[in-house]
Design a protein around this ligand. Structure first.
Ligand SMILES: [Zn+2]
Ligand SMILES: [Zn+2]
Length: 406
């Protein structure tokens, strides 16, 4: 099978002139760290080798840090010599259960696991930021926490890290994070005020009817008929219950029922996901969903068992911090067309939990380079990104810290 490489068509330029020499010098190290992490991918809450590597580096640089937060999370603390704000940078460190199809020398050495979302790059950028700031403590205003978070791809490491006090003592006043983004070309930044990514929810539904002979439907309650009507009717939540100016998605990703051509299925199992930006939809969607399921089941004499889980809330940026990131990014990439102001995705992110606690901004750093064949989408077995982006990520983080430290 051949895959077409998507080619982001946005005009861009990659001007590394604005990356300071000390960060440019770090580039080969950033690549080496990223590749080392890439070779040993680990799933959520199993990031042992990754966490050991991070801790080893922090130790080597004499940066105080705490390990074992939410199992495999780490927080580094860099105290500037000058007074100022307490800021945080967050990077996720986990990989995905995907078999890597790339044949690069640094490909995954762990069967069935892969850094297919770029979190290896996030970790390298955060390490580079920690290193640079620690080297420049004499000029640094305030305190910076670098948060290395496990399990973003699930079940979620942000919430347990917050519960274990990662934002306290000293209390974080502002937080910034980034996602390398192959939907945008290298040399671009996607940032906006308000919702950047959607709330992510999951439901599973068991419909219990009454099985029987395929030729005698009158003696049965056909769970496939009931399930099909539910699949159709659930689409009216988006099309008829939600303001058309609000975006939302209801997807049924799984529908299992039946065993044979002449048997009416006794039960059916459906499962799906719900996405939306507007936090006001948090209760409306699950309520409508259950009302529809209950009504259709009742009208057919079936019963149901519904499990609805709200996984991650929407990722909502603070307007002031988003403006800070936007202006810093404009300075670094020096091209206004490279700033994508209305960049949004229905994908979810547990950075959202941090942003519920303190004002901050999450942004996308364009990392695709179709000319080098580096433009496969995230979570694809051939995902990879242009590593030139690593130094740029450090420069943007460092400038944001410097700009709001005082
Ligand atoms: Zn991902
Ligand atoms: Zn990701």
């Amino acid at each position: 099978m051949t895959f077409t490489i998507s080619s982001p068509s946005l005009p861009h330029s990659l001007n590394l002139d604005n990356v300071r020499p000390q960060i440019k010098e770090l580039q080969s190290e950033l690549v080496a760290w990223r590749r080392r992490i890439h070779q040993k991918p680990e799933l959520g809450f199993q990031e042992k080798i990754t966490a050991d590597f991070i801790a080893e580096k922090l130790q080597e640089w004499s940066i105080p840090h705490q390990t074992g937060i939410a199992k495999t999370g780490i927080v580094a603390l860099i105290e500037g010599a000058k007074p100022g704000k307490v800021q945080a940078i967050r990077a996720d460190i986990d990989a995905l259960p995907i078999q890597e199809a790339n044949e690069v020398p640094y490909r995954s050495q762990h069967d069935g696991k892969m850094h297919a979302c770029g979190h290896d790059g996030h970790t390298a950028i955060a390490l580079g930021t920690a290193y640079y700031l620690a080297q420049h403590k004499a000029d640094l205003h305030g305190t910076v926490k670098i948060i290395f978070q496990p399990a973003e791809e699930g079940p979620g490491g942000a919430k347990p890290m917050i519960e274990e006090g990662v934002l306290k003592n000293p209390d974080v006043e502002q937080i910034i994070g980034l996602h390398l983004w192959n939907n945008l070309p290298l040399g671009t930044v996607g940032v906006r005020s308000g919702a950047l990514m959607a709330a992510s929810e999951r439901f599973s539904l068991k419909i219990s009817g009454r099985g029987g002979h395929g030729a005698m439907p009158d003696q049965t309650v056909d769970s496939i008929i009931v399930g099909s009507q539910i699949v159709n009717a659930l689409q009216t939540i988006v099309s008829r219950n939600i303001n058309p100016l609000d975006s939302a998605v209801v997807t049924i990703g799984e529908f299992r029922a039946g065993t044979n051509f002449n048997v009416i299925a006794d039960s059916a199992f459906l499962c799906g996901t719900v996405r939306y930006f507007n936090p006001k939809l948090e209760s409306l969607i699950p309520q409508r969903l259950e009302t529809i399921v209950a009504g259709i089941c009742e009208s057919h004499g079936a019963s149901y068992d519904l499990d609805y889980q709200q996984l991650y809330p929407a990722t909502i940026n603070d307007p002031k911090v988003a403006e800070l990131v936007r202006s810093v990014a404009t300075e670094v990439i020096e091209t206004p067309v490279g700033i994508v102001p209305e960049c949004q995705t229905m994908g979810g992110e547990d950075m959202s939990f941090f942003l519920q606690q303190v004002p901050g901004c999450y942004f996308f750093l364009g990392s695709a380079n179709p000319d080098k064949g580096l433009a496969y989408p995230h979570h694809h077995p051939r995902f990879d990104f242009d590593e030139t982006v690593l130094a740029m990520g450090v420069e943007i983080f460092v400038r944001c810290i410097e700009a709001s430290g005082k």
